[in-house]
Write a protein that binds this ligand. Structure first.
Ligand SMILES: [Zn+2]
Length: 117
């Protein structure tokens, strides 16, 4: 009975408009909620990673996974250094990573001596 009554009303377009507006608003909020959930999840992962990095067990775990924050061994002083903060040196076969420019120049000097000898 409600449908017949509604269809005769002159403001039926208004109802349709408000329905569409409601659907649009619903979709908008769905988008917002899904965005914030994704953002919160990313924030949570970031916070958890940050918290685990501060604990003592972190370096070993990082070395085991190897994918994120890869560690390289400085061939001069033997220090394990993350790829992001290491000083790279491109060799013919591979890239070497050093903890500092000092170690890199020391290595380069050693290579030159080896080449001269
Ligand atoms: Zn070093």
């Amino acid at each position: 009975m409600g449908i017949r009554g509604r269809l005769r009303r002159p403001w039926v377009d208004d109802i349709r408009m408000t329905f569409l507006a409601r659907v649009a608003r619903f979709l908008f909020w769905l988008l917002v909620v899904s965005w914030s959930v994704a953002l919160l999840r990313r924030l949570l992962v970031w916070m958890l990673r940050d918290a685990s990095a501060q604990s003592g067990a972190a370096p070993r775990a990082e070395a085991q996974t190897g994918s994120a924050g890869r560690l390289h061994r400085d061939p001069v002083c033997g220090t394990h250094i993350a790829e992001e903060i290491a000083v790279p040196l491109r060799e013919a076969e591979a890239t070497l990573y050093f903890c500092s420019t000092e170690c890199r120049s020391q290595y380069a000097r050693g290579q030159r001596f080896a080449a001269n000898a």
